[in-house]
Design a protein around this ligand. Structure first.
Ligand code: KG4
Ligand code: ZN
Length: 351
């Protein structure tokens, strides 16, 4: 058997999506099932950890069976079982890790504990055959980081947010404007009908040295603008679209300036400006993707962004990270403990 023929089952339960997928060593996605818990959390305006964990428990076994069925494989035919082992809501992470360990133990298959952020970080290698190193902008609900991806398990942090994550800023803006939950897709949809120049919002950190981000000031500015325009929690539809568009444009400007700067740093350190990869839930945003594409082109490189379904949480990226680790012989013992916090830079790879 060659590395191309490997098949790995991936399990993702770190937040509010229960997901199972089977991916091959050649990057073929043989099954990719995502069950969103949105309806269960919507009444609370955000993810409730207890509800999430219980829901993962209720649905995961069935989703795994469906994924295996779809892939046309038995557990015995798998080369590895990978699960998100952190960072994330620990109750949910436990459910995924215990399930993966049980399958690994029962069928004597290798277990791979995947860092959720590494799943996002390597997703562009699943969707496009991409070589190391590359510059990664990782933007999700809980994270906003610029990283040099040197190899599997080898991440160098260049900068990150000093307060809110980008996805969090989208979610809070959506809440302020009464657009509901989850915020990212709702703000993007609303922004499409708005004028991005209608409201003058700040561009925090732009022009400052370094590669860090800050979004809490932008969130405050959105609240003030919404109050002044009388659209806090709802109101005039056009004004609301205008503020959503203005917010999205401000985020776009911040990400663009930081990425342009990071591409220059990356070029100095690695000899080439990029490619620039954007991953994580916020990378599903088409307007931000277009903005970053212009940045990459201006720097003489290209933007690689996985298709939106591989940007938001899914198990295909976890299975793929499993494939990448398995190929290097990086498997984990069955007593590997799930981790609520697990910085990407701390992943040590031997050799
Ligand atoms: O990666 P992800 O699915 O989960 C985490 O690991 O956090 O990211 C979820 C975040 C949420 O904050 C969501 O609002 C945001 O990604 N998001 C978006 C879009 N789709 C999801 N933000 C902006 N535009 C979108 N289209
Ligand atoms: Zn994620």
């Amino acid at each position: 058997m060659t590395a191309e023929d490997l098949t790995v089952l991936g399990i993702e339960t770190s937040c509010d999506e229960t997901a199972a997928a089977v991916v091959s060593g050649s990057g073929a996605i043989l099954a990719n099932i995502v069950l969103s818990q949105l309806d269960e959390h919507r009444p609370y305006g955000g993810v409730v950890p207890e509800i999430a964990a219980r829901s993962h428990l209720d649905h995961l076994d069935r989703l795994v069976a469906e994924a295996m069925d779809k892939a046309g494989l038995t557990f015995a035919e798998l080369d590895g079982v990978a699960a998100t082992a952190g960072p994330g809501l620990i109750g949910g992470v436990f459910v995924g890790v215990m399930t993966a360990k049980a399958i690994a133990l029962a069928w004597d298959r290798p277990f791979i504990a995947v860092n959720h952020l590494e799943g996002h970080a390597l997703s562009a290698r699943l969707s496009d055959r991409l070589d190391f190193p590359y510059l990664l902008l990782l933007v999700s609900g809980g994270h906003c980081q610029l990283l040099a991806v040197e190899g599997v398990g080898r991440y160098r942090r260049l900068g990150g947010t000093i307060d809110d994550a980008v996805g969090e800023a989208f979610d809070k803006t959506a809440k302020l404007l009464g657009l509901g939950y989850p915020g990212g897709p709702a703000v993007e949809k609303e922004a499409a009908a708005g004028d991005p120049a209608a409201f003058a919002l700040p561009r925090p950190m732009v022009g400052r040295p370094g590669l860090d981000f800050s979004f809490s000031g932008l969130k405050t500015a959105v609240r003030q603008a919404a109050e002044q325009a009388g659209i806090l929690g709802g109101g005039d539809v056009q004004r609301r679209a205008d503020l959503a568009a203005s917010f999205q444009a401000a985020v776009g400007d911040v990400l663009a300036e930081r990425c342009a700067r990071a591409l220059a740093v990356f070029k100095q350190d690695y000899g080439a400006a990029g490619p620039l990869v954007v991953a994580g839930g916020v990378a599903a945003n088409r307007s931000l993707r277009a903005r970053l594409e212009r940045v990459a082109t201006a720097a003489g490189t290209r933007l690689m962004a996985p298709p939106p379904a591989l940007c938001t949480d899914n198990a295909a990226m976890i299975a793929w990270a499993g494939v990448e680790r398995l190929r290097l012989g990086l498997t984990d013992p069955l007593d590997f403990a799930a981790r609520p916090r697990w910085p990407l830079e701390s992943l040590a790879v031997r050799g």
